[in-house]
Design a protein around this ligand. Structure first.
Ligand SMILES: Nc1ncnc2c1ncn2[C@@H]1O[C@H](COP(=O)(O)OP(=O)(O)OP(=O)(O)O)[C@@H](O)[C@H]1O
Ligand SMILES: [Mg+2]
Length: 304
């Protein structure tokens, strides 16, 4: 059923009209570089008709690993565009970046235009600037991320590269959004046999048997991310530490939070929680996180 849903990538009327739309240059202005990585570069930009702040991702065709067909399009498009298109069609979600538009640049690649939070900073930079985050703030971010992932899975999309660099924080509202679907895939119930996420963030089952399933992979990456937020760095980098699956806490972290991290980082995929089980874990209720915050509230650097 999931496979069937994932295969139903369809275009709405607005996108069918793409062939007659205005060219990129007459609709958007490109600004400063925001970041670059495996698939291309991301720039800040502006929509000329109303001044909306956007992010523009340049995707070079020669770096794209997975392609998809969209109805009404002559050629294939990068999977990243097809996945974001699917999510836009079902109305989007506050915890997931929204694609506003996309363009094919003849012979060069694709431009993906997406929303950009007005005071956006990626979570990697956010943690680098501030160090380990207080549990209450971590909880606020983590809940939004888990909700965003539930939305993705409910609509047949698996992200496969959840990590701090792929989360954007609006530093005024403290709302977060999942970005970067460059490693994403249609969600399926059977195992995946290719890993396109970040090295060092692969789960033990990938290291041991070069296979993983979507939900346990996602939950492993959530364990790594939660540890990263409360300790200021990821728990493991070497394969031998990943397969040992025994995080060593480098800071004072509440027992409830440690228990959730350890559960997500269970060596056996079938022992990890589901997204729903994460949401009903006692730490998600906020009790110990609140106490933590009170303990630290006199420290200015922890006062977010
Ligand atoms: N919508 C956005 N709003 C604000 N900043 C963004 C946005 N999209 C991307 N960025 C910034 O640009 C960086 C790179 O973007 P992204 O993660 O999509 O590309 P990438 O890592 O090169 O992609 P890939 O993993 O597909 O190679 C992000 O880490 C973030 O700092
Ligand atoms: Mg990225």
């Amino acid at each position: 059923m999931l496979e069937k849903r994932a295969a139903e990538f369809q275009l709405d009327e607005e996108v069918r009209e793409k062939t007659v739309k205005e060219p990129f240059d007459s609709q958007y202005r490109c600004g400063a570089l925001l970041g670059s990585g495996g698939f291309g570069s991301v720039f800040s930009g502006q929509r000329l008709c109303d001044g909306l702040q956007v992010a523009i991702k340049q995707i070079s065709s020669d770096r794209v690993q997975q392609w998809a067909r969209l109805p009404g399009e002559v050629g294939p498009v990068p999977m990243e565009i097809a996945l974001l298109q699917r999510l836009a069609e079902v109305g989007g979600h506050g915890g997931v970046v929204r694609m506003l538009d996309w363009f094919e640049v003849e012979g060069r690649g694709f431009l993906l235009v997406m929303e950009r939070p007005p005071h956006g900073q990626d979570l990697f930079d956010f943690i680098t600037e501030r160090g380990a985050l207080p549990e209450r703030l971590t909880l606020r971010f983590f809940r939004q991320i888990v909700e965003g992932l539930r939305f993705l899975h409910a609509h047949g999309v698996v992200h496969r590269d959840i990590k701090d660099e792929n989360i954007v924080v609006d530093t005024r509202t403290l709302d977060v959004k999942i970005i970067d679907f460059g490693s994403g895939a249609p969600l399926k119930e059977t195992p995946y046999s290719e890993f396109e996420g970040t090295l060092g963030l692969q789960p033990p089952e990938w290291i041991v048997s070069q296979a993983y399933e979507a939900v346990p992979l996602t939950v492993w990456s959530l364990g790594v991310l939660l540890f990263d937020m409360v300790c200021g760095d990821i728990p493991f980098e070497r394969d031998q530490d990943i397969v040992a699956a025994a995080p060593v806490f480098t800071r004072r972290v509440s027992k409830e939070c440690q228990s959730l991290i350890r559960w997500c980082l269970s060596y056996r995929p079938e022992e990890r929680p589901t997204l729903e089980e994460i949401l009903s874990h006692p730490w998600m209720g906020g009790g110990e996180a609140e106490e933590e915050e009170e303990e630290h509230s006199s420290l200015p650097s922890q006062s977010l």
